[in-house]
Design a protein around this ligand. Structure first.
Ligand SMILES: *Cc1c(COP(=O)(O)O)cnc(C)c1O
Length: 395
């Protein structure tokens, strides 16, 4: 029996090393990694530039706490602000903590502006914002809330894409709207930039704060640095994590000057958040993602992968229904239960991630090329054939 708390349904694989888009198990078997630790290892495994940045920082200083200035934080914050709508950044260790900061900032903003009664956030069905008590309340999924006592108050969940429902839900207690530009865990749902523009207009009309959760969509995943940049509008607050550390635990909450009113000295904090090791890696990740041509390349790679996937879907309509997503956040909506597809792909040595709505997510590192695409597609074809052979599939 394992000494671990059994909260995860893990695949029986232990990886010993990684290189680019590949992982190797302790028994020497190689897997193509289109899971990327759930959209985290944006630059693949053991990227020499990141290894060097982390190693060099490790020789200097690991941790000082936020009792002192941290040069790497000031630099990374400044760079994130230059690239986005934001004027201020708070660093965390995870996505959920970035959301906690965002939620607290919204509430504090209204309290600071003498409207403490405005504390509620409108959220969306199928959302995922993390596993802390506040973020499971924001996500509103029964399977995450069940058994954990009173649900944190302050979240009103609406159907995704229903602008009339959102408008009708705005009341005297509403402070803001929280949404993933594309739902990752929910099944690669969304990509509806017009809906985001309508939310921006509603937020402006009703003087609400608009919060985007880009923990999964941020740092180039959709082919732009941030998914909101496809929409033509900007949020007031945005949460980041996953790709920003490419595997080093790091998250961030970005805010406009106005939205950060109230988050004064002592109002929030984190012991580890933004520690020098994380900052060295975060800055190194940005060095690469901001290189001219990097994001163009992600978009071209995405196009190629999706065109070829469409062909496989045509050949296997009994297994896969459609391809959805943006950039290298790709969902295969399946006819067969998605866990069976994920398992069949593991048998072909391709790692992927299950999501809601019976979707399998392909989340390759942003650095893949044509060779990895070809190999992945062969794995998908073979997995479809294996599923068909294992049990006659229905349409
Ligand atoms: C993964 C994820 C989170 C939670 O991040 P953790 O680092 O697991 O706390 C929050 N929001 C979105 C959109 C995510 O994909």
């Amino acid at each position: 029996m394992s000494a671990l708390l059994p909260t995860y349904a893990r695949a029986d694989l232990i990886f010993e090393s990684g290189q680019g888009a590949y992982l190797t198990t302790v028994s020497g078997e190689r897997y193509l990694d289109f899971a990327s630790g759930v959209a985290v290892t944006a630059l693949g495994h053991a990227h020499p530039y990141l290894v060097k940045a982390l190693g060099e920082q490790a020789e200097k200083v690991w941790h000082t706490s936020n009792l002192f200035r941290i040069a790497g934080q000031e630099r990374l914050a400044e760079r994130l602000c230059v690239e986005t709508f934001a004027d201020r950044v708070f660093f965390t260790n995870s996505g959920a903590e970035a959301l906690e900061c965002a939620i607290k900032a919204v509430r504090k903003y209204f309290s600071f502006n003498d409207k403490p009664e405005r504390y509620r956030l409108i959220t969306f069905e199928g959302a995922f914002h993390g596993r802390t008590l506040a973020t499971i309340a924001a996500g509103g999924q029964e399977k995450h809330l069940q058994g954990f006592g009173p649900v944190v108050d302050g979240f009103d969940q609406m159907p995704l894409g229903d602008i009339d429902a959102v408008e009708a839900a705005i009341g005297e207690h509403t402070a803001g709207i929280l949404i993933e530009p594309i739902q990752g865990e929910g099944g690669v749902r969304g990509c509806d930039w017009a809906f985001l523009r309508k939310l921006r207009a509603l937020a402006d009309d009703h003087e609400l704060l608009l919060v985007f959760d880009e923990v999964q969509t941020g740092i180039g995943r959709t082919g732009k640095l941030f998914a909101y940049q496809w929409s033509g509008i900007e949020p007031d607050i945005m949460s980041l994590a996953k790709g920003i550390g490419s595997g080093f635990p790091l998250g961030a909450c970005l805010l406009t000057e106005q939205a950060s009113e109230g988050m004064t000295a002592g109002s929030h904090g984190s012991t580890f958040g933004g520690n020098p090791l994380a900052m060295a890696v975060g800055n190194a990740v940005l060095d690469i993602v901001l290189e001219p041509g990097f994001l163009d390349n992600v978009r071209e790679t995405s196009l190629l992968l999706r065109q070829r996937l469409a062909r496989i879907v045509d050949e296997n309509p009994d297994v896969i229904e459609e391809v959805r997503g943006e950039g290298l956040l790709i969902g295969l909506k399946c006819h067969v239960p998605q866990q069976q597809v994920v398992s069949a792909l593991v048998d072909e040595h391709l790692l992927t991630v299950a999501a809601g709505e019976n979707v399998v997510r392909l989340l390759p590192p942003l650095i893949i090329g044509e060779a990895e695409i070809d190999e992945a597609l062969k794995c998908v074809s073979r997995a479809c054939a294996a599923l068909r052979a294992a049990s006659p599939l229905q349409k």
